[in-house]
Design a protein around this ligand. Structure first.
Ligand code: IFM
Length: 478
């Protein structure tokens, strides 16, 4: 692939990105908006979950979060100061269709209307996700994603939203990380709605993919032909611990559940045979998957979003007394039909989430997709790291670990690009420190520090570093 660099004034050896590359930051509605009861918004499963004692660290909720609902103008000005040319955010379904079906809440659409106009006024491309985990609670009361009807309701919400905003939003993503919605929401229960059932994981998974397919059709029927439709997956960079057959089988299982269970139906219109066989005792796939479903799910999309944080090393036996997923007493395993799989720690540095830092995993995912889906453009829709940031007495936040994390991962993107991967953009997770789901506000992923007491925003050193990369199209040294 020829690389048309943005600037010829970069230092020799600096890493270059193509002209037109999207340089952005990402957020999600429940993690930043706050104003949980404002202007007709109804509760989502995350409101219920976070208000249930014991579910979220410190009892934190998204009630106020970053108060972005009221401060979005300042946050957009901040992005413009950083020179970002794109912003990935999600729309809150319970603001727009508060009960998940039935009446549309005009005030909810008005909010996103103002947000989109403000972005466009600042020359920032809006990249919208329709679903980043905040299912209207009323739909959960009817079975949530285990109920097939939820997929149909999602397509209706997509159509309503695109009808109002489609003239100004060029890029639409149906779902963010459906693996998390199904496996963490219905399997381990560490995410809302907090259920523990492997059959439900698989039912939720299929209905989420069906929702993606139905919504893709609904969006296409409403949007201008120039609009792009996408899906974001948190694919796993799976590595077997050794070449022992048991370890290879563990890697096959996790690759099947984390990657192929999504990629095969979406891009090839079929579920992987080995996963169907492994899970046949949990769900009757022939009843769950109705005629026509896979055709809906595999409707063509314009790009694939990839969220990447760290790799996964697995073994099929117990070489180092690694705990089985259920052994630590924390939560049941999210993984159906994978009881024999051990998840091994990776030596070396890790983030504040205890996630190993390994940029090769991002390169692994991008080059795999280059090989398996050569005609599908890729966008890194999330990548970033939580660290225990230190604010010095004069108010500066020095976060050298985050700068080296971003540098290493953007270098991996550049390497994949140079090797032919069609990567169109990169969105750092996250613009702001925010509500990190079950971890509440204890984990800070932002390139902009948020003092949650005063809501004061302070760009960290990593924001300045990223802004330099964005402005030049080359990576400054870490
Ligand atoms: O904060 C989340 C985001 O909502 C989805 N992807 C992973 C991030 C970090 O955990």
């Amino acid at each position: 692939m020829s690389v048309d660099v943005q600037s010829s004034h970069a230092p020799a050896g600096a890493t270059a990105f193509p002209a037109g590359f999207l340089w952005g930051a990402a957020t999600a509605a429940y993690q930043i908006e706050g104003s949980a009861a404002a202007d007709g918004r109804a509760p989502s499963i995350w409101d219920t979950f976070s208000h249930t004692p014991g579910r979220v660290h410190n009892g934190d909720t998204g009630d106020i979060a970053c108060d972005h609902y009221r401060r979005f103008g300042d946050d957009i000005a901040l992005m413009a100061d950083l020179g970002l040319n794109a912003y990935r955010f999600s729309l809150a379904w319970p603001r727009i269709v508060p009960r998940g079906s039935g009446p549309v809440n005009r005030a909810g659409l008005d909010f996103y209307d103002r947000l989109v106009d403000e972005l466009l006024d600042h020359g920032i491309r809006p990249v919208v996700t329709l679903y980043h985990w905040d299912l209207p609670q009323a739909l959960e009361d009817d079975g949530g994603w285990t109920n097939r009807a939820t997929a149909e309701r999602f397509a209706e919400y997509a159509a309503v939203t695109a009808t109002r905003l489609g003239d100004r939003i060029p890029a639409w993503t149906t779902l963010n990380e459906p693996w998390c919605s199904a496996f963490l929401g219905y399997g381990s229960g560490v995410h809302a709605p907090g259920r523990h059932s492997h059959p439900e994981v698989l039912r939720a998974h299929h209905h989420l993919l069906l929702a993606h397919g139905l919504a893709t059709a609904a969006l296409r029927s409403v949007l201008p032909t120039s609009a792009e439709v996408s899906l974001t997956l948190n694919l796993a960079a799976v590595r077997p611990h050794t070449q022992d057959p048991a370890d290879l089988d563990a890697a096959r299982r996790i690759d099947g559940l984390a990657n192929r269970l999504f990629l095969d139906p979406v891009f090839h219109g079929r579920y992987p045979d080995d996963v169907l066989t492994d899970t046949a005792h949990l769900v009757d796939w022939d009843t769950l998957v109705r005629p026509g479903d896979l055709g809906e799910i595999s409707r063509p999309i314009d790009s694939l979003g990839i969220n990447y944080y760290s790799p996964t090393v697995v073994a099929g036996r117990d070489p180092e007394n690694a705990p089985a997923p259920d052994d630590d007493g924390a939560a049941p395993s999210p993984w159906p039909a994978a009881d024999q799989v051990r998840f091994l720690p990776l030596p070396g540095p890790a983030t504040a989430m205890d996630w190993p830092i390994d940029a090769d995993g991002l390169h692994q995912v991008l080059t795999r997709l280059r090989d398996e889906l050569p005609s599908v453009p890729l966008v890194v829709t999330e990548n970033g790291a939580a660290f225990d940031d230190y604010t010095d007495p004069d108010g500066h936040v020095h976060d050298p670990e985050r700068i080296s994390y971003l540098h290493a991962h953007l270098t991996a993107v550049a390497r994949a690009l140079a090797e032919g991967a069609d990567v169109r953009g990169y969105f750092v997770w996250s613009l702001l420190d925010n509500f990190e789901w079950a971890f509440g506000y204890s984990k800070r992923f932002g390139i902009v520090h948020v003092d949650f007491a005063s809501q004061r925003r302070t760009p960290k050193d990593s924001a300045a570093w990223y802004a330099r990369a964005v402005r030049t199209g080359h990576l400054p040294p870490p």
